[in-house]
Write a protein that binds this ligand. Structure first.
Ligand SMILES: Cn1cc(C(=O)NCCCNC(=O)c2ccc(F)cc2)ccc1=O
Length: 117
């Protein structure tokens, strides 16, 4: 009889983690990813610390992935969307970083949908 205790992660969640790692690698490789690759330097970007309550970036997401901190897929998507929501909040749509954020969000939404089907 196969033991029913969950000694290891269920294969489903391992597949999900692979999907996140793949998708994150694609986000980081995107030509418009440069504003989002590392945490925004709060000392060198005036106003950012006050305006953005929950900073997030692709490097931080990768660390959370590696430390297995995304127990379900929602939290992964929530953090990725936080990167783009912060960007829209802090930057004019018609700015270098604002436009990069919109392009990255469109790219993510498309790939996320494709990977789910
Ligand atoms: C998302 N966001 C980012 C900034 C920001 O100033 N971000 C750093 C830009 C400079 N960073 C680079 O140019 C860079 C970073 C890593 C790399 F691998 C290559 C280039 C300001 C407001 C904001 O809302």
């Amino acid at each position: 009889l196969v033991s029913c205790t969950k000694r290891t992660k269920t294969p489903k969640s391992e597949l999900a983690v692979c999907r996140y790692v793949l998708l994150l690698a694609e986000l980081e490789a995107h030509q418009d990813a440069w504003p989002f690759l590392r945490p925004v330097k709060l000392k060198s970007v005036p106003g950012y610390k006050k305006i953005i309550k929950k900073p997030m970036d692709f490097f931080t997401i990768k660390e959370k992935l590696i430390n297995n901190m995304y127990l379900n897929q929602e939290n992964f998507v929530i953090d990725v969307n936080l990167v783009f929501d912060n960007c829209q909040k802090f930057n004019e749509d018609d700015s270098e970083i604002g436009r990069a954020g919109h392009r990255m969000k469109r790219f993510f939404d498309k790939r996320w949908t494709e990977l789910l089907h």
